[in-house]
Design a protein around this ligand. Structure first.
Ligand code: SAM
Length: 287
């Protein structure tokens, strides 16, 4: 396993993913009943943006740094505020030195009745994550393959919650494995919210991949349900950006009913803030 998220922490893809994860968790907070967050590929937790890895790629400069500097319309600013408040909580005023990854964002939004389970296989990232969540009775870091956890941990006892599936996509067969493991998990827990992150390197391949996930969901969902079952959005910072990733997406299965409207407000503002070159765009579709 060569992937190190520290090179990418706080980049445009993290920003968009974490802003949406925050909206999902705030929705889950609306009912008093407990929820669980299952983070199948959790990463190290907290990233030092002044460290070698983050400085080498510098991706955060075009991600969280741009968003923090942007002037946002009021409606988008108020939807993004809870996410940005969490980022600020890890930084002294007017400074940006640290970036919280998905398990710390989730942890910040747990109420006393809620739980987080975070899987991380890479030993050094796992050690760092354990340090971040030491003596935390609501959060558990496990040395378990995220793909195994995906089916083993669903449905959670709470029967409410979200599974974040955020693998490195280093392996060409990662999307096939994702579809296969997601199908097994969805069969066990068809009412859970699943947020599936993916890079867009080959548009046709990603279209097929997301359509296949949507087919799995449609095949197992009640025909009577009129709710949106899958929301797909993608954001590109510009076709002309040299090297590195410039387009990423998130597929949300069983999205909160509020999310589509929130994305319609947030995506134009995020796109403007994170735009780097010609061809910057975003899309939002119900599948
Ligand atoms: N979810 C994190 C966030 O948003 O802050 C980023 C996670 S990063 C994209 C993917 C992580 O998955 C890496 O830290 C990698 O070490 C870990 N990983 C890779 N394969 C895994 C597996 N099979 N099970 C659990 N973790 C894995």
């Amino acid at each position: 396993m060569n992937y190190r998220h520290a090179y990418h922490a706080g980049n445009f893809a993290d920003v968009v993913k974490h802003a949406v994860l925050t909206r999902i968790l705030l929705y889950l907070q609306e009912k008093p009943a407990a929820f669980r967050v299952i983070d199948t590929h959790a990463g190290a937790g907290l990233y030092d943006l002044t460290g070698d890895e983050a400085m080498r790629g510098g991706e955060w400069r075009d991600g969280i740094a741009r968003l923090l500097a942007a002037e946002l319309p009021d409606d988008a600013a108020s939807l993004l505020k809870p996410y940005l408040d969490i980022v600020h909580a890890y930084n002294a005023a007017a400074e940006l030195r640290r970036y919280p990854g998905s398990p710390l964002i989730a942890r910040a939004l747990l109420r006393p009745q809620d739980r987080l389970v975070a899987c991380e296989l890479e030993p050094s990232a796992r050690r760092q994550l354990i340090d971040c969540l030491r003596r935390d009775r609501q959060a558990r870091v496990v040395d378990l393959d995220g793909w195994t956890a995906l089916t083993a941990y669903v449905p959670p006892n709470e029967r409410r919650g979200v599974v974040l599936i955020d693998p490195p996509f280093e392996d060409k067969r990662e999307s096939e494995r994702l579809i296969e493991r997601f199908s097994a998990a969805f069969a066990k827990w068809p009412t859970g919210i699943y947020a599936i992150w993916y890079p867009v390197k080959d548009l046709r391949a990603t279209r097929e991949f997301t359509a296949e996930v949507a087919r799995v969901v449609a095949a197992r969902s009640s025909q009577a349900s009129r709710d949106v079952r899958c929301l797909r959005f993608e954001l590109s910072t510009g076709d002309a950006v040299e090297g590195g990733l410039h387009t990423a997406g998130l597929l949300i299965v069983n999205p909160p009913w509020t999310l589509q409207g929130e994305l319609k407000t947030m995506l134009p503002a995020l796109s403007r803030a994170l735009r780097r070159a010609q061809g910057a765009r975003f899309s939002l579709e119900a599948l």
